[in-house]
Design a protein around this ligand. Structure first.
Ligand code: AHG
Ligand code: MN
Ligand code: MN
Length: 333
């Protein structure tokens, strides 16, 4: 794995890391570049989001003659258009589409499957809070230039070859792992380039920060409730942080430490988050940074989905934090 200094461009990182993998060749590099292109488009649109209502009220029509779209639809289209670049992807699973998008034959079906949440935390758009795009990448099982199948998509989490997210906050940051460490690149909007700002992000073992929506506590497994209550004894200086946008909550915990939880409840035993494009990529990044991710029973990356939009409970962050939660959940007393 080449070492990278702060300030390295995302393009150079892509060039250097993909040349080290003989399987990657040009397709993988192009895939990452296309993700970065869509990220820049969405970032620019997010920065204008406050004006969307005002412009929308005038019935604004864009150059294609289409009405201005909601941001999550815009993001979905931007990533799909970027990823149907010839000979790169064969299928795209998006939170916004019930069925996978199979790359049309005229664009040549490539080697990779991308699972994507085009805009995570979209309920936060109206209040200018941080949102993001989450993605995970699998290599297909079936031969290239043939139609992709369901088995190319429904793979075990461990099979992922890359995962990341783009966070649109006070700055736009592209966080990526191809398995060798986790690296964050910050967009300089004046030149449209991402520069390495956080090389080799590592999660320490333990941090007294937790992120969970306690509004649902009455619906949790009582063992989890007891554990969370035990953190509030005033002696251990635990801090609670919850934005309500997975990408923003996880990003803060990745940089500063902490554990994120979205447990199942009595009403929704599998919780809310989706395995393919929320749980898997976030778990891949956490593990690549030395952390852990579990659904309460097994490692997230050991799971194999049986449907595209399957949900999963999620406990992710510093490894000792996750272990503490697992012992609390499995405590027999
Ligand atoms: P999305 O906007 O893609 O539907 O995801 C929202 C998710 C996730 O970002 C966040 O962690 C969770 O919803 C928050 O849910 P609660 O409001 O139930 O806490
Ligand atoms: Mn989401
Ligand atoms: Mn979403």
């Amino acid at each position: 794995m080449p070492q990278f200094e702060e300030g390295t461009t995302l393009d150079r990182f892509i060039f250097e890391t993909t040349k080290a993998h003989s399987h990657a060749q040009g397709q993988f590099a192009t895939l990452l570049q296309q993700l970065a292109l869509a990220a820049r488009l969405v970032s620019a649109r997010v920065n204008r989001a406050g004006l969307a209502g005002i412009l929308g009220a005038t019935g604004e029509v864009n150059v294609q003659g289409e009405f201005v779209q909601k941001l999550d639809i815009y993001a979905n289209e931007a990533f799909k258009r970027a990823l149907e670049h010839p000979g790169v992807c064969c299928a795209i699973v998006s939170e916004e589409d019930e069925e996978p998008f199979f790359v049309p034959e005229r664009f040549r079906s490539g080697r990779y499957v991308v699972c994507i949440d085009p805009l995570d935390g979209s309920s936060n758009i109206d209040v200018n809070a941080t949102i993001g795009t989450i993605f995970g990448v699998f290599r297909r099982k079936s031969p290239e230039e043939t139609p992709a199948t369901q088995d190319d998509i429904l793979q075990q989490g461990k099979e992922m070859v890359a995962a990341g997210y783009i966070i649109y906050g006070s700055g736009t940051v592209f966080v990526i792992s191809t398995g060798d460490g986790v690296h964050a690149f910050t967009l300089d909007p004046s030149v449209g380039e991402f520069f390495l700002s956080h090389p080799n992000i590592v999660l320490e073992d333990f941090k007294r920060v937790y992120s969970v929506n306690e509004g649902y506590a009455a619906q949790w497994d009582p063992k989890l409730r007891t554990y969370i209550e035990s953190l509030k004894d005033g002696q251990q200086s635990w801090r609670a942080r919850y934005i309500g946008s997975l990408v923003a909550d996880f990003h803060r915990n990745l940089l500063k430490g902490g554990v994120f939880m979205y447990p199942g409840t009595q009403k929704t035993p599998q919780g809310k988050l989706r395995l393919l494009y929320e749980g898997f990529p976030i778990a891949f990044l956490a593990e690549a940074a030395g952390g852990k991710a579990s659904d309460g029973t097994m490692d997230i990356l050991d799971k194999t989905p049986t449907s595209f939009h399957e949900r999963t409970p999620l406990f992710v962050g510093n490894s000792t934090n996750v272990d503490e939660i697992l012992s609390a959940l499995h405590n027999e007393s």
